[in-house]
Structures are given as structure tokens and as C-alpha cells.
Design a protein around this ligand. Structure first.
Ligand SMILES: *Cc1c(COP(=O)(O)O)cnc(C)c1O
Ligand SMILES: [Zn+2]
Length: 437
């Protein structure tokens, strides 16, 4: 049995049985999963989790599902690595990257989808659907194929072709809507009332959003059961940011962490769609909708459902919001790729560029243990960086190659020296030592 006790309204506290509900009947507030933490605490400990599957299901006790459907793709438990070179470039002593590009459909949306799909099967749905900015479409279509369910995904017609192709390939129905994400979302709310489909981020949203907590759980475990000092999180609807906070707090509630985590949480938005960052800067307690205009399409949500809750978390934890321009996003993508060998999509560029800005502003401190969430893969948003790439063109003759390098002003020896590690790894350090450096 899942330990989810009920659904509770975040606004008025009314409680409901845990079914396919998402809005309070009294005040239309969003519903949230409520657990019996005492019961969960009795049944889990660090050792049991460490023996669990190398996926988000090692945290099943803290997720709102009873059974994991067969054929489920391998979601979660993605690498958390020490980003020494990026850290050195930004002036951070202890920076980590949580690399969620390495999920089955290459974004963190595999987490929310895995949980929602398991719940959909449990509730008896045969069709899953979603309103998506692209990544969720990939995930829903892929996971539906894997579990043998039908899928309908709704996306703005203007999203990246790569994301449409990487969705349609799984065989479900892709509906390209002439409108932005907020229009798609409204249409889906109507369709959800017409067809008996499990819309993962509409009528199953209370369960779906719980999948994001697994990013916090894994981070803490991978840091050796230690909460980080500061998390940098990209913000679309704001759900992921709020769930990282919920996940951190739950680890203490079930005694996987002895102390209440003091983690600061900061939000990253694209300047072309920054309604949450803007409201935070202005000190507003509402988020005014905007019309999105940015290359960071996966987080281009003009009317974010969890915007005000994300602001609460940032204020409560002593974090901040910042937003970055499209040029800065491209620089962020390039910086992460050049320093760490990780190719992120535009939302990842938003995270890295925002981190750089928050360091420059003194919000993120050089001595903090910082985790940057890289939530989607760069192959999905090639258009954003295609113009940035220069190749050295040559015939297959050595002398032409040498001349071409010269024409580009590339000195092969200088290039090699410039690529020496900023902060040597253990093996490199010992090699330097042998050389008497
Ligand atoms: C959806 C998405 C986000 C933001 O998630 P929200 O929960 O809507 O704030 C961040 N990064 C990527 C790549 C996404 O697809
Ligand atoms: Zn209510």
C-alpha cells in the first residue's frame, strides 16, 4: 500500500480521498499528497534505500504509488558529480551538477511521468495525456509506449522540431496546438473534463508533481546523506522548485536526516519569460502572467501554476530569483559543455547563467555546497546553439590541415596547454608531482 493518506488543499486545508482529483471543491486551490510519515519512518532506513533499485523507485516509500508497472523505463538515480572546472570558473569551492539529461527521454520530466503513469495504472486509466512545453511530451509518449498504454500529448506548435520528432516516434498521438503553453493548458483542462484520460499534469498533477521530490532525495544520498547549502533550480510552473524543498524536509520527517535541512533554494528563469522572478523582485504576492518570448521553451510558462508557492519557498529558505537573457543562456550552455562535458538544453543554460549571476551578486557564496540542476539534454534544442559552432575545413591532405589551423589562428601546442585541468584530479596531480611541477 502507498502511504499517501489523502489529498489536502494547499489553500484551505480541506482533505479528500486520494483519487484523480486536482482542485479543491471549496476554493479551487491545488491539492497536495499527504503522508503518514511516522509509518514511513518505521519502514525505511538508509541501508534499505541503498540496497534498492538504481532508479527513483529506491524512494518508493516516499512516493504516492503502490505498484510500479512492468516495462517501466529506468528513471532517475542520475549522476551527481563534483563540477570542479565549472566551480573554479565561477569561483565556487564546492559545486555539484545533478545531471538529469541522463534519463530515458533525456529530461527530468521522466521522473514526474514515471510516478504519474504508475498512479494512472493504479487508478485504472488506459490512456495517458499531457499539456507540454516539449520534454513532458517526450516522456509521456515514451513511458506510455513502454507500459503499453495509449497516449495523447498536446504541445504548442512552435516548440523545437526535435522535441516533436522525439515524441511522435513513440507512436502516440501528438497534437500541435496553434497557441502558447498557457493556451494548450486551458484546452487540456477542457479535454480532461470530456475524455476519461489521465492527464499527468492536470487531473493527476498532485501525484505527478511528487516525482520531482526524487531529485532532492537522490542529491542528499549522493552527497553522503548531507543536505546541500544551496540549490539552483530552473523554474517553469514552479513545481520542481517547491518539490525540492518538500523532498528535503521529508528526509528529516522520516529520520533519514537527523537535522532539519537549512538548504537555500534559488530559482532560475529566462528573462523572456520571468513572471516568478519579476514578482519576487517586486515583492508581490501574486504572479502576473506574461507572454513568453525566449529560446528556453521548456520553461516558457507565462502563467505558472506554482509561482506563488515557489516564491514562498525561496523567501523561507533565504534564496533568490534571477533571470537571464537568451544570449546569457547560450553562454551558460557553452560554459557547462566546455568545462564539464555536459551538453544541456536551454533550461540548463538558464540554470548555469543564473548561477553565475547569483555568484556575481554575492547571493551564492563561494564556500557553500551548491547543487545546480541540469534538467534536459542539449540535443533537444540544437537550434539554440547551432550558429555558435565553427569547424575547421580542410581537404584530407596534411599540409592543408596545417594551413587551415593557421588560418584559424589555432596553435596546436597552445591549445593542448590551455586544456590542462584547472584543478588537477588525483591522477593528474600525481603525474604533475612526478614531473616535478
Ligand atoms: C519542465 C521543465 C522544468 C521546470 O519545471 P517546473 O516544475 O514546471 O517548474 C525545468 N527544466 C526542464 C528541462 C523542463 O522540461
Ligand atoms: Zn480549498
Amino acid at each position: 500500500m502507498a502511504d499517501v493518506k489523502a489529498l489536502r488543499c494547499r489553500e484551505c486545508g480541506a482533505e479528500y480521498e486520494a483519487g484523480a482529483l486536482y482542485a479543491c471543491e471549496w476554493c479551487f486551490g491545488p491539492l497536495e499528497c499527504v503522508y503518514d510519515y511516522g509509518h514511513i519512518a518505521d519502514r525505511i532506513d538508509r541501508a534499505a534505500i541503498e540496497r534498492g533499485p538504481a532508479s527513483l523507485w529506491r524512494y518508493k516509500a516516499l512516493l504516492p504509488v503502490s505498484t510500479v508497472p512492468g516495462g517501466a523505463l529506468h528513471t532517475g538515480f542520475t549522476p551527481l558529480f563534483r563540477a570542479r572546472r565549472l566551480g573554479a570558473e565561477l569561483g565556487l569551492r564546492e559545486l555539484y551538477v545533478k545531471d538529469d539529461t541522463r534519463n530515458p527521454t533525456n529530461s527530468f520530466k521522466d521522473r514526474v511521468t514515471s510516478v504519474a503513469l504508475a498512479k494512472a495504472v493504479e487508478l485504472g486509466f488506459g490512456t495517458i495525456a499531457c499539456a507540454s512545453t516539449g520534454n513532458l511530451a517526450n516522456a509521456v509518449a515514451g513511458h506510455a509506449a513502454s507500459a503499453g498504454l495509449q497516449s495523447f500529448v498536446f504541445v504548442p506548435a512552435s516548440i523545437e522540431q526535435a522535441k516533436i520528432t522525439a515524441t511522435g516516434i513513440f507512436g502516440g498521438t501528438v497534437v500541435a496546438v496553434d497557441g502558447n503553453y498557457d493556451d494548450v493548458n486551458r484546452l487540456c483542462a477542457e479535454v480532461a473534463g470530456t475524455h476519461p484520460w489521465a492527464f499527468v499534469n492536470v487531473n493527476l498533477r498532485p501525484y505527478y508533481s511528487e516525482g520531482s521530490k526524487s531529485l532532492a532525495f537522490e542529491t542528499v544520498e549522493q552527497l553522503g546523506w548531507r543536505a546541500p547549502d544551496h540549490c539552483i533550480v530552473p523554474v517553469g510552473s514552479g513545481s520542481l522548485l517547491t518539490k525540492i524543498k518538500k523532498g528535503l524536509d521529508e528526509l528529516h520527517k522520516v529520520w533519514l536526516l537527523e537535522e532539519q535541512p537549512q538548504t537555500r533554494i534559488s530559482g532560475a528563469q529566462a528573462a523572456g519569460c520571468a513572471p516568478v522572478a519579476h514578482a519576487w523582485e517586486q515583492g508581490w504576492d501574486i504572479v502576473k502572467p506574461v507572454r513568453p518570448e525566449t529560446i528556453a521553451k521548456s520553461i516558457a510558462i507565462g502563467d505558472p501554476a506554482d509561482g506563488v508557492y515557489a516564491i514562498d519557498v525561496v523567501n523561507e529558505t533565504g534564496g533568490a530569483f534571477a533571470s537571464v537573457t537568451d544570449d546569457e543562456i547560450v553562454e551558460g550552455i557553452k560554459m557547462l559543455a566546455r568545462t564539464e562535458g555536459v551538453f544541456a538544453e536551454t533550461a540548463g543554460g538558464v540554470t548555469v547563467a543564473t548561477l553565475a549571476k547569483l555568484v556575481a551578486d554575492g547571493v551564492v557564496r563561494s564556500d557553500e555546497c551548491v547543487v545546480a540542476y541540469i534538467t534536459g539534454h542539449g540535443l533537444k534544442t540544437l537550434d539554440a546553439v547551432q550558429g555558435e559552432i565553427e569547424t575547421v575545413k580542410t581537404t584530407p591532405r596534411l599540409e592543408d590541415f596545417t594551413a587551415a589551423l593557421e588560418a584559424h589562428g589555432i596553435d596546436p601546442r597552445a591549445e593542448a596547454a590551455g586544456r590542462a585541468p584547472v584543478m588537477p584530479f588525483a591522477s593528474a596531480a600525481s603525474r604533475f608531482a612526478e614531473n616535478g611541477d
